[in-house]
Design a protein around this ligand. Sequence first.
Ligand code: TYD
Length: 197
Amino acid sequence: MFITLEGLDGSGGTTQVERLRAAWAARAPGREVVCTREPSPGPVGRLLRQALADVTIGEGVLPYLFAADRRDHLDRVVLPGLARGAVVISDRYALSSLAYQSLAVGMDKVAALNAEFPAPDLTIVLDLPAADCLARIEARGGTRERFETLARLEEIAEAYEAAIAVSAAKGWRVARVSGDGTPDDVAARVAEAVWPR
Ligand code: TYD
């Protein structure tokens, strides 16, 4: 089973991937669970993180880098994990590209670049207002990446709506879960979305 978590920066995806791992371990002891993320920790992901921090790299370049990283991540981590019978949980996947990169180059181009990638069995979108996401980003400190201002987050939230519609039309199973409340609150909602499937 391949599950992906999605949402705005600050919506809690990284925390919920770990919660879901723990929930699987409790529910199905012995079942291998692979937690992973995009941008991936692999070589293309490393290149991509450098590109995100480099203001001289245009937004038009990023969709290709994200797609290249996705191919590499699928080949190295996701598909081998699924072939072994593991549950693979990824913090972000193609829906992130449909949302974030469509703002720069349009939905059709991003959809074309991502057309070959397999649909997850379940995509969970953590819904949280942009202002709340920004407050969480500020509370955790550290450097802001290029997507982390209120106006930008609001734009991305709109782009996520379009991306969800495009994915659902292609037959992707997308579950929306409120990201409001404590990590435990959200983890309980995520579990409710996952177990029935
Ligand atoms: P993020 O999960 O925020 O990484 P970190 O936890 O290390 O900050 O991902 C980095 C950024 O990349 C994030 O703002 C979302 C963006 N992103 C895209 O624009 N397109 C994509 O396809 C993916 C996977 C991520």
